[in-house]
Ligand binder design. Structure first.
Ligand code: CMP
Length: 176
């Protein structure tokens, strides 16, 4: 439509600003001129988060979970497990050629970990922002890894790095 009627333009502006009104017709609810879905209809992202053995050993599971909830994530799956070395190797298979693979998987199977699926808008990016850079020494002040990480390997938490990875990682630990 080249010149939409003023009433329709106004309806679209309201829809984009406030989401669909309760009485709106299904057709108007479907209109999405700006390309952005109204807040209620935006799909939630999921990411996999792990509280690593260095953090569980320091008894800061509660602190990290509190932070996750304060940041607005919903924890939709969660379990405390002690991974075998083989399970850790399978999880970090993408790093199998790296020099740190053996040490990393030894560390990840050295004590209990808390594995969670977090849900939020842009969960993957937001969780990575809350964690901070992989190397705690380079992570910004106030991030989990800066506050609680010990080294680039023993960095307190893990988070998926992309949508496909998140799906694979969630399946790895929570496939029904
Ligand atoms: P994580 O977010 O779990 O993803 C891969 C992990 O490998 C990373 O956190 C670190 O624990 C570890 N890692 C990445 N780079 C190095 C490195 N250079 N030396 C040792 N461990 C590393």
């Amino acid at each position: 439509m080249l010149n939409p009627k003023p009433a329709l333009v106004k309806a679209d502006r309201l829809l984009r600003a406030f989401g669909p009104a309760p009485g709106l017709t299904p057709r108007l609810k479907m209109r999405n001129i700006g390309g952005e879905l109204p807040p209620k209809e935006r799909p939630m992202d999921k990411t996999l988060a792990i509280i690593k053995p260095d953090a569980t050993k320091k008894r800061i599971i509660g602190k990290i979970i509190e932070r996750i909830e304060e940041e607005g994530f919903s924890i939709v799956r969660m379990k405390l497990v002690h991974l075998t070395k083989n399970e850790a190797k399978g999880f970090y298979i993408v790093h199998k050629e790296k020099g740190f693979y053996d040490s990393l998987t030894e560390f990840m199977s050295s004590g209990p970990v808390v594995i969670m699926v977090l849900e939020a808008e842009s969960a993957i990016k937001r969780w990575r922002d809350v964690m901070g850079a992989t190397d705690p020494a380079l992570a910004k002040p106030g991030t989990i890894r800066r506050d609680h990480g010990f080294s680039i390997e023993r960095n307190a938490t893990h988070g998926s790095d992309a949508a496909e990875t998140a799906e694979w990682e969630i399946d790895y630990f929570f496939k029904k």
